[in-house]
Write a protein that binds this ligand. Structure first.
Ligand code: FAD
Length: 481
């Protein structure tokens, strides 16, 4: 058979079709179409099959990318799916929302050589969407059932990846979540235009079908203590994410219509899911007809500005204290936001929110970027006397998240935390200061990415399996639990 890869010299990079900005502004649907089979095969065939696959090295779950690209180029999609799902529980989710420009695609060898990266994320989505259509995606079916039980706190990507891996091994898995739906930030944080809800919901159904027990509207700390869960289960995994919003300490921060980003996004997502949301219906958390200012430059800020555009805001500005090159959010998302009409006000730091009862403007100062700090990012310095005002009758603070105080919330002072408030764990075993209690995802590593949460969940499942088996052997049973 003629070689189907190495086509990058003659075939240019193509993304799947993107809907026009004008169309996108009018709804919350995803913005990219899917590749058709020919395009997927053609684009996968651009892979150079290089000896050291930097795409794979820079993928947190070490996806075997060159292999599934080659299989896609050859039209062997079921095999491509098998290879892809072997390292990743939710490939179609990562295909949609990973910042590929910083991970696999950013390190693609042909990108470095100036040919334009292989569109790895789009091919990844295509493979798994095809697998769903063809019925190749099946619930985990353990070869035999084990008696041992694992309790998982948190139904975000870390908890769900761990749940699936443990179920595959035959454990009885109980997932507890304080929300009424499964998915964590994938359902209530990330908007539809990046990740439509059906994608998460069908994964949740798959886990139900695999026999995972979900306990929703169940808040650990309110409905049970951590100690009670430890008594009930052979091991417990904490995968609660990070939810304490960082605040901006300027005068006027308490004015009406100044909101934390997640309040705004959860409201919008709930509305999209068909829930009754009084704070949206009464206009409080609806940007329609308003001048909106979003403070911050990460993924959350990007999601807020683009949500505001879709809700029909009069104007949407994003104030960020650094410049485009130094922002943490994905460059692709910035470009999408700009196309949709968002104005970025770079090198701007809020000094005060102005207004009587409700906010009416933001007073901001210009910023000069000084010498790089230890992380290599330039330090922002306020330029004296450079203050100016931006009209805003809705302000959204998107400055990142810190961990909640879990030892207090869980009524468990023995649970040790780091100086950043994340749960302290042994990086080899993923066990916390409490025997049989493990941690994964944002609560262990700080606010991060879905793909890292998946990686942690998978690693934690392996460690929990080892722990339960070792304990059973230590107890003299000599048998698998
Ligand atoms: P979460 O997804 O936060 O899930 C934790 C779960 O634990 C939640 O369901 C919560 O209800 C539950 N929980 C918490 N406390 C308790 C308790 N006491 N009892 C019971 N349940 C509890 N990442 C990307 O890769 N790409 C993106 O485009 C992207 N966009 C983002 C946009 C926004 C607005 C935000 C906020 C984050 C974004 N991220 C993105 C980051 C990503 O969503 C997180 O890194 C990831 O979801 C972390 O997974 P997790 O399982 O650790 O936690």
């Amino acid at each position: 058979m003629a070689r189907k890869t190495l086509k990058f010299v003659n075939v240019g990079k193509r993304m799947p079709e993107k809907r026009s900005a004008e169309m996108r502004r009018r709804d919350f649907d995803e913005i990219y179409a899917r590749f058709d089979p020919d395009k997927a095969s053609e684009q996968a065939g651009r892979c150079s099959q290089c000896g050291v696959p930097f795409c794979q090295v820079h993928c947190p779950v070490h996806n075997n990318i060159p292999d599934w690209l080659m299989l896609t180029a050859e039209g062997r999609l079921e095999e491509a799916y098998e290879v892809s799902q072997a390292t990743n529980n939710f490939p179609e989710i990562c295909g949609r929302i990973c910042p590929q420009d910083r991970l696999c695609e950013g390190n693609c060898v042909i990108e470095q050589a100036g040919h334009g990266t292989v569109t790895i994320g789009a091919v990844e989505s295509y493979i798994t969407e095809t697998a769903w259509e063809q019925g190749w995606v099946k619930p985990a079916k353990p070869r035999r059932e084990l008696e041992a039980e694992v309790g998982i706190i948190g139904a975000g990507p870390a908890g769900l990846a761990a749940a699936e891996q443990l179920r595959r091994k035959g454990y009885q898995v109980h997932v507890y979540d304080r929300y009424d739906r499964i998915g964590g930030l994938m359902i209530y944080g990330i908007p539809n235009f990046k990740l439509e809800k059906y994608v998460v919901e069908r994964r949740a159904r798959l886990l139900y079908d695999a026999g995972v027990h979900f306990h929703l509207n169940f808040e650990v700390g309110r409905d049970a203590t951590l100690e009670e869960l430890r008594e009930k289960h052979d091991a417990v995994l904490i995968a609660t994410g990070v939810y304490k919003a960082r605040d901006v300490k300027v005068p006027g921060v308490g004015l009406r219509n100044v909101f934390p980003a997640l309040d705004y996004l959860v409201t919008s997502n709930r509305k999209g899911l068909g829930d009754d949301v009084p704070r949206f219906e009464d206009g409080t958390l609806n940007a329609e007809g308003k001048h909106v200012a979003v403070i911050g430059g990460g993924d959350t800020a990007m999601d807020c500005v683009r949500t505001a555009v879709r809700q029909g805001a009069k104007s949407v500005k994003c104030l960020y204290r650094r410049n485009r090159q130094n922002m943490p959010g994905s460059q692709r998302e910035v470009a999408n936001a700009e196309e949709e009409g968002v104005e970025f006000v770079w090198l701007s730091a809020p000094q005060a929110f102005l207004g009587d009862e409700a906010v009416s403007a933001v007073r901001a100062a210009r910023v000069h970027l000084g010498v790089p700090d230890a992380t290599g990012r330039q330090t922002p310095q306020i330029v004296k006397g450079s203050d100016y005002e931006i009209e805003a009758d809705m302000v959204i603070k998107a400055l990142g998240f810190d961990p909640e105080d879990l030892p207090t919330l869980f009524d468990c002072p023995a649970l040790e935390t780091t100086r950043w408030g994340t749960v302290k764990m042994d990086f080899r075993t993923m066990m916390t200061s409490l025997d049989g209690v493990f941690a994964a995802g944002d609560i262990a590593r700080g606010a991060s990415l879905v793909v890292w949460a998946i990686r942690d969940g998978r690693d934690a499942a392996e460690q929990i399996d080892g722990y339960i088996k070792a304990k059973a052997q230590g107890a003299g049973a000599g048998e698998a639990p």
